[in-house]
Design a protein around this ligand. Structure first.
Ligand code: FES
Length: 118
């Protein structure tokens, strides 16, 4: 357990997102509807970036094959539905996995996240 200061809270306005590196991990910080989230920036399907993923119904949707993960706990809401037909096959390339999410707190104007040692 190691709280790491990653950004000032002012640097993450409503609707903003930022990728930070902690150790070997790239972590996506999001300010969605004035709530802050820290999730892995690597989609667990094919390890592609989630940086441009849309947020729909509290889930981040991978822009590649549209797997969707609950922002609060990383649970899979949809696994690889895109493109139609082919997506189902692509989904079998990798077993369904949750998206790592990290505890986050704000102290003295800074965002800290708790990232376990690799
Ligand atoms: S890489 Fe994200 S759903 Fe395929």
């Amino acid at each position: 357990m190691a709280w790491t200061k990653v950004l000032t809270v002012d640097a993450l306005a409503a609707g903003a997102r930022e990728v930070v590196k902690v150790g070997d991990r790239k972590i996506l910080l999001l300010n969605h509807e004035n709530k802050l989230y820290a999730v892995d920036n690597t989609c667990p399907h094919l390890k592609l970036s989630l940086t441009k993923g849309k947020i729909e119904n509290g889930a981040i949707v991978c822009s590649f094959h549209r797997s969707a993960f609950d922002l609060s706990n990383g649970e899979v809401k949809t696994w690889c539905p895109f493109p139609p037909v082919v997506g189902k096959l692509l989904g079998k390339v990798s077993p369904e996995k949750t998206l790592p999410v990290y505890p986050l707190k704000v102290e003295e104007g800074n965002i800290l996240i708790d990232v376990p040692a690799a």
